[in-house]
Design a protein around this ligand. Structure first.
Ligand code: UFG
Length: 335
C-alpha cells in the first residue's frame, strides 16, 4: 500500500483505463482528468474523476491544490497519424499547447515526476530495424512531430525546473485487460486490430488494407504490436524509478517482432474462426512502412518483461473484449 496520489490525465481513454486499473491494484490513490472527448466514463475502473481539459489552468490549479499529487501520467493526446495529417492545428493545440500548460501547472505546484506517452511515430522512416532510442528522430506526420516537441520540452524542464520525466515511446498498443471489461473503444475506430475484429463480428462488411506495395515482406505495413497491460506494467516500473529519485529517460516499448497487416488478418481469422473480408486500397498518408522496436533498454534498465510476446496472445484478449462489446451493444439495441 502506498499513500501516493497519481494524476492520470486522459485516464478514461484506452490505455488510461488500463493504467488506472493497475495503479489502483498497486494501492495508489488515483485522480483522473479527462475531457471525455475520446474517453469513456463507464469504462473507468475507479479513482476520483474530474471532467476537464488538460490545458485549462483553473482546473489544473484546482486539482493540484485539492490533491497532494506525487506524479503525473499523461495519456491525453490526440494520437491518430491520419487525422494529424488532415488537421495539424488540432494536434499542435492539444499535444503541444495543452501539454505545455500541464507542465506549467506542475511547475507552479512543484510536482516533479512526469510519465509521458510518446510514440514510435517520432522515428519517421528509420533506416535501422529494430529501432534503438538513439535513432534519428524524423517524424513523417504532425502527430510524431508534436511528440518530439514535448520530449524536447521535457529535457529543458528537467534542466530548468528539475522536473524528472520518463518518455515511453509506444509502438502499436493492442489487446485488452484479461477481465474483458475494459478495452479499446474508439469512435470512430481507425486502428487495425479493432477494425479487423469488428469485421469478423460482421459490424463492417470488409476492411481496407491501406497499401500493398510497401517495401516489406508481403507489401503491407509492418508494426510491432504490444499488449496494453505490458505497456501499463512498464509505466509502473518507470514511476517507481522516478519516485525513487531516478533520472529522466526515454524508452521504446515494443516486442521487437514485426507483423504485417496481412499477418494481423490471418491470425484474427484463426482466432475468431471466421472469414474476414478485405479490399486492397491506396496507402494512407503518413504511414511508415515498418516500425519495430529495439526495447533492450526498457528490459535492462527498467527490468521490464512483456508477458504477451506473440500476436495470437494479444489478439485473443482483444477478441474477448470486442465480443463483449458486441453483446453489450446488442442488448442496448434490443432495449
Ligand atoms: N491499416 C489498414 N487498414 C485499416 C487500419 C489500419 O491497412 O483499416 C494499416 C495502417 O495503414 C498501418 C497499420 O494498419 O499500416 C496499423 O495502423 P493503425 O492505425 O492500427 O496504427 P498506426 O501504426 O497508424 O498508429 C499507431 C498509433 C500511433 C502510433 C503508432 C506507432 O495509433 O499513435 O501506432 O507505431 F504512433
Amino acid at each position: 500500500m502506498t499513500n501516493d496520489t497519481i494524476l492520470v490525465v486522459g485516464g478514461a481513454g484506452y490505455i488510461g483505463t488500463h493504467m488506472v486499473k493497475d495503479l489502483l491494484q498497486e494501492g495508489f490513490q488515483v485522480v483522473v482528468l479527462d475531457d471525455l472527448s475520446t474517453g469513456h466514463h463507464d469504462l473507468l475502473p475507479g479513482g476520483d474523476f474530474i471532467q476537464g481539459q488538460i490545458g485549462d489552468r483553473a482546473v489544473l490549479d484546482r486539482i493540484f491544490t485539492q490533491f497532494s499529487i506525487s506524479a503525473v501520467m499523461h495519456f491525453a493526446a490526440c494520437s491518430l497519424v491520419g487525422e494529424s495529417v488532415e488537421n495539424p492545428i488540432k494536434y499542435y493545440r492539444n499535444n503541444v499547447s495543452h501539454t505545455t500548460e500541464l507542465l506549467a501547472a506542475m511547475r507552479r505546484h512543484q510536482v516533479n515526476h512526469f510519465i509521458f506517452s510518446s510514440t514510435a511515430a517520432v522515428y519517421g522512416n528509420p533506416k535501422i530495424q529494430p529501432i534503438p532510442e538513439d535513432a534519428v528522430l524524423k517524424p513523417t506526420n504532425p502527430y510524431g512531430t508534436t511528440k518530439v516537441a514535448i520530449e524536447d520540452l521535457l529535457r529543458y524542464c528537467d534542466d530548468a525546473f528539475g522536473i524528472k520525466s520518463i518518455s515511453l515511446r509506444y509502438f502499436n498498443a493492442a489487446g485488452a485487460d484479461l477481465s474483458g471489461t475494459i478495452g479499446e473503444r474508439h469512435r470512430p475506430e481507425t486502428h487495425l486490430i479493432p477494425i479487423v475484429l469488428q469485421t469478423a463480428l460482421k459490424e463492417r462488411e470488409h476492411l481496407n488494407i491501406f497499401g500493398t506495395n510497401y517495401p516489406t515482406r508481403d507489401g503491407t505495413c509492418v508494426r510491432d504490436y504490444i499488449h496494453v497491460t505490458d505497456l501499463t506494467r512498464a509505466h509502473l516500473l518507470a514511476l517507481t524509478v522516478l519516485m525513487n529519485g531516478g533520472d529522466s529517460a526515454v524508452y521504446n516499448l515494443g516486442n521487437s517482432r514485426g507483423y504485417s497487416v496481412r499477418d494481423v488478418i490471418d491470425v484474427s481469422q484463426k482466432i475468431s474462426r471466421r472469414k474476414i473480408p478485405f479490399i486492397e486500397t491506396d496507402r494512407r498518408p503518413g504511414d511508415p512502412p515498418e516500425l519495430v522496436a529495439d526495447s533492450t533498454n526498457a528490459r535492462e534498465k527498467l527490468g521490464w518483461q512483456p508477458q504477451y510476446e506473440d500476436l495470437e496472445a494479444i489478439i485473443e484478449t482483444a477478441w474477448t473484449w470486442h465480443r463483449n462489446e458486441a453483446k453489450k451493444n446488442e442488448c442496448i439495441c434490443k432495449g
